[in-house]
Design a protein around this ligand. Sequence first.
Ligand code: BGC
Length: 740
Amino acid sequence: MNKVNPLIENQFDLQAVNTYAALMTQGNGYLGVRGSFDENYTEQTRGMFVAGIYNKFSSNDVTEIVNLPDLVGMKIEIDGEIFTLQAGEVVGYERQLDIFTGELVRKLVWKNRTGHRFQFHFQRFVSKADLHTIASKVSITALDTPASLALKTGIDAQQSNFGKQHLIEENVRVMEKRIMHATYRTSESNLQVALATFCKVTQDSVPVFVSKNRQLTATYSQHLEVNQPFVLEKISAVYTSNDVGVDEADAASIQSVERNGSAGYDQLLNQSAAKWKMFWDNKRVKISSSYEMDQLALDFSIYHMEIMTPAHDERLSIGAKGLTGEGYKGHVFWDTELFIAPFHLHTVPEVAKKLLTYRYLHIEEAKYKSAKNGYEGTLFPWESALTGHEETPEYAAINISTGKRQKVASADAEHHIVADIAFAVVQYYYSTLDEAFMQNEGIVLLKETALFWISRAANEGGRLSIKDVIGPDEYTEHIDNNAYTNYMAAFNVQQAVFFLDKYNQKDLTFDQRAKVFLQNLYMPRPNEEGILPQDDTFLTKPEIDLTKYKMKQGSQVILLDYSRAEINEMQILKQADVVMLLYLMPNLFPAEIVKKNLQYYEEHTIHDSSLSKAIHAIVAARCGEQDNAYRFFQEACLIDLGSNPKSSDEGIHAASLGANWLTAIFGFANITMEQNQLAISPKMPRNWSELTFPFEWQGSTLVFTISQTELKVARKAGPEVSLRVNKKIYKVLNQIQVTL
Ligand code: BGC
């Protein structure tokens, strides 16, 4: 991997083919296309995903995001020899994903087995101007001697989800000897996917079309003269019955390639790149750091958050791997509300609202799950997809040490997601003051989630406990009174009471039950050493030296030495738990308690979850531990961009990318929000000379510029803002400048 910029690959490396494919994914929230090579390699996992297209392969499976037929692959033969970088010689090579234009470009010179050189130039993008369009362009030039070229490309429905085939071929045809078109239906969810593609070549080669074995292809044969490039442009469209009416996807896809085919690659790219420019002009976080990777990591994080978010459709949310791979089956977790949505909330609040609306639209399914478990209100699924029902697989992969399948307990017990959603609703309200949303959808979400907690608590001689849960730390299962869960649940219920009252929707029975809950819920307190117990028994469990596991964090190697049951009986954390609470509720405890807990729990945390490091960075920054915070941040940035990114093959780590943005804004800039009061108290890393970022707050667009000694806040639009800088309140009318 290129050490300076991991988004530039300057040597072909088969080992890294799938990591790069995930990192270099292109997309627009509707569509994600992995950055796999045009030519085939057996190790390569191609991927094209449309947000919301899920299917269940068999009744024993949970639903998964469907890996759709491929539109970017090509088979190229020169003088009868198949073009592959595994044979012949690669003389010059560079591949780069330009996140500022959205284009993936690969340039190389290849010497075939007879020693003749050919220049290849591959380009590809997924349009930001038209959600349904993918375009690619390949230019091939013989440099030494004339040669014969055969290029085959089309629609390849041999793709599957690691072997599971979700699509039934309904219709495959070539229209007017130009447009290849195919329609598929998902086998269980009955969704229609229509693909159309059209190729344009510079020379007058006549394609031969073939439909065979789920592949519809056009082969272009061409005599190559020296230095006369053969150029093929391929313009494709993807529509589904989710976005246009049933049976309209066909016509829509064909019309789209008709229209875009005449525009051509360059014009379409310009339109898309113009949208990207607008995006970056408004959303970039700029860092002047002595370490180049900091800026790159933030850019990479923001790029991916943009392409993973189905901002076009409130019926959809964000998968834990975005649209970059099959990992976590495209399911939606708490990752969305707490790790990714804040970026949208403070750049385009409308998008954050849509993500909450996704939950609102699934209140009935959440009520169903709650009732099935004997509770009231809404128990949102730990893993969700299109229908809003629980989609967590029953069993995880086999533990190769014990040979047994471990039951996944999250669906049964990881209930904090209910309060996480409520927390995001409240954050949304205070950040936007969107009364209409709060009065209608927000209040229902708050009340139903609160009802869940009220019915979930167990009365133990007057004291209420929340028993048998899993907190954020998934290495500690089935425990009672997880501090994170109890504090978040109490917040959830308090806010429901407050907003019902605010909107005159007070329900006396609910109010009474909420009061009893809030008065009697057991709220763990820091012990004599100042440590807040993660749950009722955590601090009584034995400790072990975690050094060896921390060195391999992210890979869960501890499971090779201990069973989950054994880990459960020790003080071992997978990820931030108490520290996550301290991040979300910075004023819960005095600073010295926060500091002590950060240190204590970090020592016991392996950071095997990618959701962990950056949260530690934020809390450390707020504690004034800048060096520690910066180290955590840098390590978090390497989760996907490091030289050996774990599990990135199956997709990037969406929440961890979101958390990189959170660290810059809520850690180093140290923005906090106490209901209506926006506050900032910068804690910049020593080697950052400047940090600039846009921030939407209650209808105003602010731009913060922070140096080691000064803070500037400019109001670009919207009403005047009240801002607390350290301890003093300022009114931001046009611009303020404060010495730090
Ligand atoms: C983490 C969860 C997270 C999920 C999806 C798990 O490994 O423990 O907190 O929601 O991954 O990213």
